[in-house]
Design a protein around this ligand. Structure first.
Ligand code: AQP
Length: 337
C-alpha cells in the first residue's frame, strides 16, 4: 500500500483553503492509502506565536480533522511534537541540506520580509522539518495545496541527496523514498475574498478575507456579501483579468460536489453578482454546517480527542523509530546495544 502523510499548522482556526486544498483530499486518501495526518505544532512556532493559544489550537485542529471526516480507524492522527523523531531527523537532514537550497524557498522569502531582523532560524529551516515529517514515514504521496509544491520538491531533493551520500548495496539498508505532491486541480489554491490574487491565509489580518470552517451561517453570508467582485458581465472561469470571479466560481464548484467548470458556468454563467452571491453563501453554509455540528460535538469531548492523539502518537512513534534508526545507521552513528 502506498503511504500518505500530510499536516496543517495549528496557527488559528482552519479555513476553506486548508480544507479544499488539503483536508478534503485526505478523506479520500484514507480509504486507499496507509495514511497519517499530523498537526504540525513545531512548524507553528517558526513565526512568532502565542504560547497561551497553541495547545487549544492544536486540540481544535484535531477536532477539525475528525469533523471533516478523517477516521481514526483508517488513519493515524497525531501531534508532531509528540513524536520526537521529527526533531531528531530534522537535525540529521539539516546537516546534509545546502543553505542555497533553502535560500530559494519562496515561502521563506515572503514570510521573512514580514518579520525583518527578528526572523528566526526555525523559519529558514521550516522546509527541512517538513521533509523530515514526510521522509520519517517514507511517504509516497503528500496531499497539499499548490503553495507547498516547492517544499515538496525540496523534500525529494533531500531524499535523493541522502541516498547519494550514503549509498548502500542494493537491498541492504534504508533507502529514502522520494515523495510526490498530490495536488488537485480545483481547490489547490483558494484565493482571498478581498483579493483574488493572494491566497486565502490564516495569518491575513482581515478576517473578512477568509471563510473559517467554524464561521456561523450569518458570518459566512456577510463575508460573501462583502467579498470583492468586479464590473464584468456574466460569470466565467476563463477570464484571467477576473481573478475574483474565477475564485468564487471555483469555491462554488468545490462545495457543490466538485462539479466541472462547464457545469457551473451552465448553471450560473448568466448570473449577476447580486444573484450569485446568495447562492454561493447558501452552498457554503450547506456544505460546512454538518462539519460544524460535528466539530462542536467533538470540542465538548476533549478526553476523546486526547485519546485519539495518544493512540496516533504511539503508532507514529513506532514507525518513525524504524526510519530514524535506519538513517542513523547509514550515517555511521553508533546505535545503543
Ligand atoms: N489558500 C489555500 N488554498 C489551498 N490550499 C491551501 N493551504 C493553505 N492555504 C491554502 C493548504 O493547507 C495546508 C496546511 O497549510 P498550513 O496551515 O500548514 O500552512 P499555510 O500554507 O501557511 O496556511 P495559511 O493558512 O496560509 O497559514 P499562514 O497564514 O499561517 O501562513 C497545506 O497543504 C497548504 O497547501
Amino acid at each position: 500500500k502506498l503511504r500518505v502523510l500530510s499536516g496543517v499548522q495549528p496557527t488559528g482556526s482552519l479555513h476553506l483553503g486548508n480544507y479544499l486544498g488539503a483536508i478534503a483530499q485526505w478523506t479520500a486518501a484514507q480509504d486507499t492509502y496507509d495514511s497519517r495526518f499530523c498537526i504540525v505544532d513545531l512548524h507553528a512556532i517558526t513565526v512568532p506565536h502565542d504560547a497561551k493559544t497553541l495547545s487549544a489550537d492544536t486540540i481544535d485542529a484535531a477536532a477539525t480533522y475528525l469533523a471533516c471526516g478523517i477516521d481514526p480507524a483508517k488513519a493515524s492522527i497525531f501531534v508532531q511534537s509528540h513524536v520526537r523523531a521529527h526533531t531528531e531527523l530534522t537535525w540529521l537532514l539539516n546537516c546534509i541540506t545546502p543553505v542555497g537550497w533553502l535560500e530559494r524557498m519562496i515561502q521563506y522569502k515572503e514570510k521573512a520580509v514580514k518579520q525583518g531582523d527578528s526572523v528566526g532560524v526555525g523559519l529558514f529551516g521550516y522546509p527541512v522539518l517538513m521533509a523530515a515529517d514526510i521522509l520519517l514515514y517514507q511517504a509516497d504521496l503528500v496531499p497539499v495545496g499548490e503553495d507547498q509544491r516547492q517544499h515538496l520538491e525540496l523534500a525529494r531533493d533531500i531524499a535523493r541527496r541522502f541516498n547519494d551520500l550514503y549509498r548502500v548495496k542494493r537491498s541492504k539498508g534504508l533507502v529514502m523514498r522520494e515523495p510526490k505532491a498530490l495536488i488537485l486541480d480545483a481547490g489547490a489554491r483558494v484565493m482571498a475574498l478581498d483579493d483574488g490574487t493572494s491566497k486565502m491565509s490564516k495569518s491575513a489580518p482581515n478576517d473578512g478575507s477568509r471563510i473559517n470552517l467554524v464561521d456561523s451561517a450569518d458570518v459566512i453570508a456577510r463575508k460573501v456579501k462583502r467579498c470583492k467582485t468586479d464590473m464584468g458581465v456574466g460569470l466565467t472561469f476563463s477570464d484571467p483579468s477576473r481573478p475574483e470571479c474565477r475564485n468564487l466560481l471555483t469555491i462554488y464548484a468545490a462545495v457543490t460536489g466538485g462539479r466541472s467548470a462547464e457545469e457551473v458556468e451552465a448553471e450560473v454563467g448568466g448570473f449577476r453578482w447580486g444573484e450569485f452571491k446568495p447562492r454561493l453563501a447558501e452552498a457554503l453554509i450547506a456544505h460546512l454546517s454538518p462539519i460544524q455540528a460535528r466539530h462542536a460535538e467533538l470540542s465538548a469531548e476533549p478526553g476523546y480527542l486526547y485519546d485519539i492523539l495518544r493512540r496516533g502518537a504511539e503508532e507514529a512513534n513506532e514507525a518513525a523509530e524504524v526510519t530514524l534508526e535506519g538513517v542513523k545507521r547509514r550515517m555511521g552513528f553508533v546505535l545503543p546495544k
